[in-house]
Design a protein around this ligand. Structure first.
Ligand SMILES: [Zn+2]
Length: 369
């Protein structure tokens, strides 16, 4: 495969105290901005954000995020902008707030600033937005014509958020290398410019993501639990946000995300975060691809140390029937699902077998202690 494509956000900044520099960053992108803020973040940090905006002299309209990234919310915010034509749309919050900001920016042809207040997914850096329906069911990914102009993460905010978000981000980042390898082996296209061959840079980043997780995730979670910012925490924030984001976009997703999407049709796992479900999907991917037991053992041990789910029970699916799981397996193979980039023979029965095999191994390991 000779053609290849690479895409990324234009600038990434990860620094303590960045919440006090929002105004400065907005000013570097243009004279006016519409800022979409998560309601909890607005309550907690709103005064500091306002102070930095006032100091920078940017004309800012602020909108509180309604809680779901869906068409109606995007329309509401576009209408709120009226004829003001802001130079930049900024999102300050979690993945859904940032994805909404990207979609609003696409409507208004504005620049994009993503300020991530948690490190729970790799959404911030990507040039796509996951859209949902008002009730929280997945609608579809929207591929944008531009990437975020600036992605900012403040580690102080990340460690003040519940540690479960950081752990979920680790689960999402865990899939990056394994799914990149699937895409390389199946010679699938990435998500750049309508689908290009995978660049060497993509694989190098996915590998760096994996190495950071294996080296630093355990220490990072221990420190973050105490609200501490250590080098391990900073490495994991970068792995979860930048490395995982660039890795999945430039290499592609496979069955870890496809099985996540399939399982998401079952209400039992609706209380689980994206990365928690993706971690379980990663274990299923390794079974589907017939990877060596030593590799499975390594990933199981990692998930157990992190507190990421390794059984159906832990996924909230303890009472799911075989029929439920078969329906989810079929959904994982819907046309266009990332599962198809997996380098394996793919049938609903095979997916179901991988779910049950991971569950059996996970339960056996827990019983052994
Ligand atoms: Zn993901």
């Amino acid at each position: 495969m000779s053609e290849r494509g690479y895409g990324s956000c234009a600038k990434y900044i990860q620094r303590r105290g960045e919440i006090d520099r929002v105004g400065e960053h907005l000013a570097s992108l243009g004279a006016s901005a519409l800022v979409i803020v998560d309601p909890f973040i607005d309550e907690t940090y709103g005064a500091r954000v306002d102070a930095s905006i006032a100091a920078a002299g940017v004309a800012v309209q602020r909108v509180i995020f309604g809680g779901e990234c869906w068409e109606g919310e995007v329309d509401r915010i576009v209408a709120a902008a009226g004829d003001s034509r802001p130079a930049t749309i900024a999102g300050i919050g979690g993945g859904k707030t940032l994805d909404t900001a990207k979609l609003v920016a696409a409507e208004l042809d504005a620049r994009i600033l993503c300020f991530a207040t948690v490190a729970s997914t790799d959404a911030p850096t990507s040039g796509l937005a996951m859209r949902y329906f008002e009730d929280g069911r997945t609608d579809r990914p929207i591929f944008l014509t531009r990437h975020p102009d600036m992605v900012i993460v403040d580690p102080e905010l990340v460690v003040r958020a519940p540690v479960r978000f950081l752990i979920a981000g680790i689960g999402d980042a865990l899939s990056t290398w394994y799914e990149a390898r699937s895409n390389r082996d199946s010679r699938s296209k990435n998500y750049i410019a309508g689908g290009q061959g995978m660049p060497l840079a993509g694989m190098a980043i996915a590998r760096a993501c994996h190495e950071a997780l294996m080296r630093d995730a355990r220490g990072a979670v221990a420190a973050a639990r105490e609200g501490l910012v250590t080098p391990a925490v900073e490495n994991i924030i970068e792995a979860n946000t930048l490395l995982s984001g660039l890795g999945f976009e430039n290499c592609g997703c496979s069955a870890a995300h496809g099985i996540h999407n399939g399982l998401s049709i079952l209400p039992g796992c609706h209380s689980k975060l994206h990365g928690e479900k993706v971690a379980f999907g990663t274990l299923c991917l390794l079974v589907l691809e017939d990877r060596p037991q030593a590799e499975l053992d390594e990933v199981f041990a990692f998930c157990e140390d992190m507190g990421l789910p390794t059984t159906l029970e832990a996924m909230g699916l303890g009472s799911a029937t075989r029929e439920d799981l078969l329906r989810a397996s079929e959904a994982a193979l819907n046309p266009g699902e990332a599962t198809h980039a997996t380098d394996a023979e793919l049938t609903p029965e095979g997916i179901l077998a991988s779910l049950l095999a991971v569950d059996a191994m996970g339960r056996a390991r827990l019983a052994r202690g």
